[in-house]
Structures are given as C-alpha cells and as structure tokens.
Design a protein around this ligand. Structure first.
Ligand SMILES: *[C@@H]1O[C@H](CO)[C@@H](O)[C@H](O)[C@H]1NC(C)=O
Ligand SMILES: [Cu+2]
Length: 185
C-alpha cells in the first residue's frame, strides 16, 4: 500500500512536470505580427479560443521605433490611455513570459494605434489547469494509462516476493518432514 501510494505521488509529480514543461509560445497576431490591424477586433479575435497559462510566452513582433508593447491596466486598455506608461517594451521583437494568473492587458503607445485596435487582452490560467483533469484521474488513472507501466511493477514485486518466500518456506518445511519420514521408515 505504502509503495503504491508513493508510486502514485511520483507519477502525479511527473505528470505535473510534463504539463508545466509544455509552455506554449504565442506569436501575437500570428503572421500579422504586432501592428495597427485592419480590424479593431483583430487581436481579440486572435486571442479568442486560446488558453494562456502561466509559463507561456507571448512574442510581439514589430519594428523597433514603429511600435511598442506596454503592459497596462484594464482601464488604460479600455480607454487606450497611451500617456505616461511605465511598463513599456520598446525593442522589437519583444517577448513576455506570463508569470501571473488573471487578466493581462497590452497596447501600443504609438499615435492612434491602440484605438485602431493594436491592443491585446488575455486571461492567464494557472499552469495547473491541465492538472485538474489529471488530479481526478489519479484514482481512475491506474486502470487507464500511466498505471500500465509504473504502478504494476511496484505492487507485483511485494506479492510475488511475499508469496514466493511463503511457498519456499512451505516447501522447505514439507521437504524436511518428508526427509524425516524417509529416514524413519
Ligand atoms: C481551451 O480549453 C478549452 C476547455 O478546456 C478546450 O475545450 C479548448 O479546446 C482549448 N483550446 C485550445 C486551443 O487548446
Ligand atoms: Cu503601434
């Protein structure tokens, strides 16, 4: 039981590591890159359907001096407030690693680019997002996949060794008795 529990804990940790190591890299706007788009909904369209998680990376591709990326508040995002932004990446391409959960807001502080749609709002989920499904699965996981290899090994060994030693003991006792009888008769 104890070793089985340990095996599951190790499995869980390993799967967590696997999930967390699969940090995604997003090219903001894909081939369009980071610029004043033709549609004001371009970047919200781009973000929709994407699941951002802590550890993922956003790459803003733009020419230095033509655009920039400012991380802003929701109200600044809503109002396209480009004045006095302090958290600005001015060199393109710029990479931002998502380190916190919740909503993140970005915009370009150049001219009217923000009002033309060069702004991005995303929601970042905990990197454990994949694990909730896997957390419930551990109980069911054994029969499914992971258990197919690691779990079986841990549990089989104990029974085999225990039962084999038991068999050996019985055999030894039986042979001793048999030999004793042979000598007696
Ligand atoms: C995002 O998550 C939802 C819900 O888990 C899922 O249905 C959808 O396929 C995911 N989208 C991507 C692009 O992974
Ligand atoms: Cu711009």
């Amino acid at each position: 039981m104890g070793s089985t529990l340990v095996a599951f804990v190790v499995l869980g940790a390993a799967s967590l590591l696997l999930h967390s190591s699969k940090a995604a890299v997003y090219e903001v706007g894909d081939s369009t890159g980071w610029q004043a788009p033709s549609s004001t909904s371009f970047y919200s369209d781009w973000a929709s359907g994407k699941n951002f998680t802590v550890g993922d990376t956003l790459t803003f591709t733009f020419s230095t001096g033509v655009h920039d990326v400012a991380t802003v508040s929701k109200s600044d995002y809503d109002n396209c407030n480009i004045a006095s932004q302090s958290n600005v990446l001015t060199t393109g391409p710029a990479t931002i690693t998502l380190t916190a959960t919740g909503n993140q807001y970005y915009l370009c502080t150049f001219s009217n680019h923000c009002t033309r749609g060069q702004k991005l709002a995303i929601t970042v989920a905990a990197s454990s997002t994949p694990s909730p499904p896997s957390t419930p699965s551990p109980p069911g996981t054994p029969p499914t996949t992971p258990s197919s290899s690691p779990p079986p090994p841990p549990s089989p060994p104990p029974p085999p060794s225990a039962s084999s030693s038991l068999v050996a003991t019985f055999t030894l006792v039986f042979m001793s008795i048999a030999i004793s009888f042979m000598y007696y008769f």
